[in-house]
Design a protein around this ligand. Structure first.
Ligand code: UDP
Length: 258
């Protein structure tokens, strides 16, 4: 059995010390397990939100895998814990799971986004990955009364991997409530706006911008409606610096500790 990755906490929120390769190994292990595991993305906005939203915090704490989605979280782990960790954007993990679908036998269900975006994302994935096992899909604009039909559709599809694209914290709360009713699901990833990216409706930052870790800045410029959420980034940075300054002092080299 694959041992779980080391889990550390950043400002009270857990994060797993993984990179993309280790994450995909964990996905494979979850898929062959005997119960559902949630994969949630941790970024500075979510860490700050979870401080005042106990339900989001609880969802994060009970996840099987917490990927370091934002560069701020990666830097915080390196600074506070000196652990090896690399950014695993949720928007890259989902396509990587899709690419592995045929070889690993993943049966995928895409739940979330508008009907048009959802259908387009499925078509695009099928175009990019011939042989991909997409066994079902449903848009994400469903009220409570309509949810039973969605649950039924997922169960009847035979899916073992479910992508939930409802935005945060909606998708985390959805998973906590409905996963117990989905006995066939082994891997459930909260993917936010990833279907919009795959469908070509939202563009990720150009590679050069991602390479210098400025994707968050690109999103701020191109999606100014997110400015309020991104106001959490300086708060996060300040709290990390305070946690670093307040860390217990290390024994001086050579001190024998009495
Ligand atoms: N969405 C949905 N149902 C809802 C609310 C939102 O399916 O009731 C979808 C929306 O269409 C979009 C995604 O959820 O595709 C949210 O994307 P966003 O980039 O806001 O995700 P986040 O940044 O919160 O991860």
């Amino acid at each position: 059995m694959l041992p779980p990755p080391k889990r550390v906490n950043v400002l009270g929120i857990p994060v797993d010390c993984v990179d993309m390769a280790r994450t995909l190994d964990q996905v494979r292990a979850l898929a062959s397990g005997n119960r559902a595991g949630c994969i949630l993305a941790v970024n500075p906005e979510k860490v700050i939100a979870a401080q005042s939203e106990p339900v989001l915090r609880r969802a994060l704490e009970s996840a099987a895998l917490l990927i370091p989605d934002g560069i701020g979280v990666v830097w915080a782990v390196r600074l506070l814990w000196k652990e090896h960790i690399a950014r695993v954007p949720g928007a890259e993990l989902m396509p990587a799971i899709c690419a592995a679908s045929a070889a690993e036998g993943y049966r995928l269900f895409l739940f979330g986004a508008s009907e048009e975006v959802n259908a387009q994302a499925v078509a695009e994935l099928q175009r990019q990955h011939p042989g991909i096992g997409i066994v079902g899909r449903h848009h994400g604009y469903v009220n409570e009364a309509g949810m039973a039909a969605v649950i039924d559709a997922i169960n009847r599809s035979g899916a073992n991997v479910l992508f939930v694209a409802l935005g945060s914290p909606k998708q985390e709360l959805w998973m906590e409530k409905y996963l117990p009713q989905l006995p066939g699901i082994r891997v459930c990833q909260g993917v936010g706006g990833t279907f919009d990216v795959i469908a070509g409706r939202v563009r990720r930052a150009p590679l050069a911008v991602r390479r210098v870790n400025l994707e968050w800045f690109y999103r701020l410029l191109t999606q100014p409606q997110r400015a309020l959420r991104q106001a959490a980034i300086p708060r996060f940075a300040w709290q990390v610096v305070r946690a670093w300054l307040a860390r217990p002092s290390q024994p001086a080299p050579g001190a024998n500790g009495g």
